[in-house]
Design a binder for this molecule. Structure first.
Ligand code: ZN
Length: 471
């Protein structure tokens, strides 16, 4: 199935055929991670952990279940999650006195404990994160990695003595995101979500959105400024140097297996996955071109070159299966391996290899002396090529709408002028048939002009808002 002709079918098939997941588990929205998918996910988690370590966050793990009494303390929060929570109501044959929520997110699990841990200003900032599964009762159509009921989830929670410190944390979060997006070759926009779409309980929310081939945006990372909304509900207080007691200011940062979905959706092609080198479980596959009369010396050369690449710290596999070279090419292309090294009898004679890059399927020759350098160069080409290709798609699908009928017609990211009033935002959503992503904090290109007056009420001055169809 071609990606451009039948995207949804392509996506649903590719996630299984490439060996990422098995969708046959008998609960809607809960999939089995197969080894290849889990390796990819673990590699993404490793990048997240690298970034957390670099920025002095500590990893923790809180329990899965949250007593209803704690879960209900912040009013907006419980209202926002009410329809999505799975509840444990029984322990064996006994009905529980207090029902237990299966975490949809962990604010209400962590904050009663943060209250005990934070005493003094010297305990701040507190910067912690966990990578755990969360559960949400999705009623909409589920889709692997993008809309699921069991979600592999990253959540960082921080506490600060002042609002300004919390704002600095949000700047650090944006920098962390830019580095993760770089490794995943994902171009993105960051928007400050409109009031009606912020996280339940947040003072404000930022969302990093990527554009998929369906020209819908996928929220891939969220950052929330809580101010003291939760610390007041959970009494998270600290003693200042002047011995007064103040509420802590809090932020959170969330990402999920949607990052896997974004990588699959944005970089894949008709032949299968195309994985960014930084996270590909197999970065390089070596395929021997076997003929009966030269089998031994080709395999011997492959073993030697395979060791050289592996010792350089590159994730490499040597495919010695009894299959044709053509079969192996297709198989590894389906799995999205960024670089293929081919070795045939003539290559052994000439002490060279052929190197093929997955994203453009270009073939170059390299001498065995500079094998490792040549492989690294090719991995670098895939990294740059994937990012640039995805960037061009976003640029080609970013539009300035001069009125609401244009906003309705355009697909992709649509820029409009907005006075900022909620009622005008609602008019955009209704007339353009799209969601208001919010006011852009970061775009790929901000140079293009839009009308100066709000497209709904005509008032000026106004600012840019981004509209798009979302998942
Ligand atoms: Zn307006």
């Amino acid at each position: 199935v071609g990606k451009s002709e039948a995207y949804s079918e392509w996506y649903n098939r590719i996630v299984e055929e490439s060996g990422l997941i098995d969708k046959r588990y008998p609960i809607k929205g809960m999939n089995v991670w197969r080894p290849y998918g889990l390796q990819l996910r673990n590699n993404i988690d490793a990048i997240i952990r690298r970034e957390m370590t670099r920025t002095a966050h500590d990893e923790v793990e809180f329990p899965l279940l949250i007593p209803k009494t704690e879960f209900a303390k912040e009013a907006d929060h419980i209202k926002g999650f009410d329809a999505e929570v799975f509840w444990v109501t029984h322990g064996g044959l006994n009905q529980l006195d207090i029902p237990l929520a299966v975490r949809p997110t962990s604010e209400t699990a962590m904050y009663p404990i943060f209250r005990l841990w934070i005493r003094s200003h010297t305990d701040l900032p507190l910067k912690q994160f966990q990578i755990v599964n969360t559960f949400r009762y999705e009623t909409k159509h589920t889709r692997p990695f993008i809309r699921v009921r069991e979600i592999h989830f990253f959540e960082a929670h921080t506490c600060h003595s002042t609002y300004e410190d919390a704002e600095l944390q949000i700047q650090e979060d944006l920098e962390i995101w830019s580095r993760i997006a770089e490794d995943l070759c994902l171009p993105y926009v960051v928007n400050r979500r409109p009031e009606w779409d912020k996280f339940p309980g947040a003072h404000y929310s930022l969302g990093a959105d990527v554009l998929t081939p369906e020209l819908k945006t996928l929220q891939s990372a969220t950052i929330h400024q809580y101010k003291t909304n939760f610390s007041k509900a959970y009494e998270i207080m600290y003693e200042t140097p002047n011995e007064t007691r103040e509420y802590a200011h809090q932020t959170t940062y969330g990402m999920s297996e949607r990052l896997v979905g974004a990588v699959v959706a944005i970089h894949g092609d008709d032949k299968g996955l195309v994985l960014p080198p930084a996270v590909a479980p197999v970065q390089v596959v070596m395929v021997p071109i076997i003929f009966d009369d030269s089998r031994e010396r080709v395999l011997a050369q492959c073993e030697k070159l395979f060791s050289t690449i592996r010792e350089a710290g590159i994730r490499v596999q040597l495919d010695k299966r009894e299959e044709t070279a053509g079969f192996k090419f297709n198989d590894w292309e389906m799995r999205g391996v960024p670089v293929r090294v081919e070795v045939g009898p003539k290559d052994v004679d000439a002490q060279r290899v052929m190197i093929v890059t997955r994203h453009d399927r270009r073939k170059v020759e390299a001498s065995v002396e500079r094998l490792v350098d040549a492989v690294r160069e090719s991995l670098g080409k895939v990294q740059v090529g994937l990012k640039e290709r995805a960037r061009q798609v976003v640029l080609a699908n970013t539009h300035n709408a001069k009125d609401l009928s244009e906003a309705a017609k355009f697909r992709g990211l649509v820029r409009v002028s907005w006075c900022g009033k909620v009622e005008c935002g609602k008019v955009f959503e209704e007339k353009a048939g799209k969601s208001v992503l919010g006011k852009p904090v970061k775009e790929l290109e901000t140079g293009k002009a839009v009308q100066s007056a709000c497209l709904a009420c005509g008032e000026s001055p106004s600012e840019v808002a981004l509209l798009a169809n979302t998942y």
